[in-house]
Design a protein around this ligand. Sequence first.
Ligand code: DCP
Ligand code: MG
Length: 423
Amino acid sequence: MTTRLRRIAHLDMDAFFASIELLRYPQLKGLPVVIGGGRRKADDALPRAQPGQPARESRFVPVADFPLLKDYVGRGVITTATYAARQFGIGSAMGMMRAARLCPQAIVLPVDFEEVRKYSRLFKSAITEIAPLLEDRGVDEVYIDLTDVPGGQRAGGRVLARLIQKAIFGATGLTCSVGVAPNKLLAKMASEFNKPNGISIVYEADLPTHIWPLKCRKINGIGPKADEKLARLGIQTIGELAAQDRAFLVAHFGKSTGAWLHEVAWGRDERPVVTESEPVSMSRETTFERDLHAVRDKAALSAIFTDLCNKLGEDLSTKGYAAKTIGIKLRYDDFKIATRDQTGQTFTADGSTIRLLAGQCLKRVSLDKKLRLLGVRASGLVKAADVAELQNSQQKRLLRQCTQGLIAIENVAVAGVIGGQLF
Ligand code: DCP
Ligand code: MG
């Protein structure tokens, strides 16, 4: 019998938010379309669309009626862009005004989160019907363990990856890209190799040819700071990283990060595919129409801040979570970012408690410069239903610690007595 290879897939939807809009407006297929600028209902973007029109009518809206990027005024950023728009150099996180200079004729549409969530659920359930071991990594990406799925070993996973792509397309009309590799680390990189609508199969033996030429930044977990530090050490590619002694990396990055860098450069990653993944955090943020000053615009800022906290509380409540830690994020007019967080005594999903903790964070940041953006984040999330039990066990733990403390004090006292007797 041949041995089974570990076959882990990473699947990522293509231009997800934009592709969802193309389902609604198929007349825009092949055109440069960007998503950004707000959260309105999609049809608000169309001046001549009638409110309450049946959904199927959207495909008859003439292309000439769609708003263009060149007419956009504001400070929004691009959330995503169709591949036709990317040809012009437009991409995620780019300012809309800058994108308008690159491709003025691009059509701009707002995101419809309700549709996004619907399609996210649809594509994930199409996968689990074929391969049940699915790890949810957010709205448009998942890991799938194909190792023991019937057919999962055929052509290194390509046969099953193709089947999954077809099932997703059948259920949603959307395309995706899949990387199949010995582990999550390599699969994540591989899913980008043939975007859009592609499949890449990577084996351990492909490491020198497929992975080592890539920039270190391609490793999920190496951020801009680590990348800069690596660059200062003359390490640009994953191959150059793999060529370093583990001890050298440990000396520069510390024991755990150094060892991790060495492992990932050699394509090693044993993390399992975890089926029940809970959200780690939830956040709300807003970019202001104009920069605001903490003192001069205090009233306006305070109202926005309270509103963000209340909305975050609502998000937590509707999704059934409570948070232990509340954080804030500020972006100043020079684009520098400051974050602070504060852990509360208990778990909360209550707007005013969130406001209180977020307010404490605000006291710990500099408020001399004008602000462009304000955000509030909740982390340390637990299911609201588990809160009572957790708090109960937390109290028990506290009690236990106190008791142990007392015992420790008693021991000191006893030792003291013995000591007294000895000397
Ligand atoms: N997204 C977002 N904010 C970002 C980046 C992305 O809200 N800074 C949203 C929009 C994307 C979706 O998340 O459609 C998925 O992100 P991806 O990075 O996978 O980007 P796309 O799916 O749009 O494109 P690709 O085909 O490159 O995967
Ligand atoms: Mg994607």
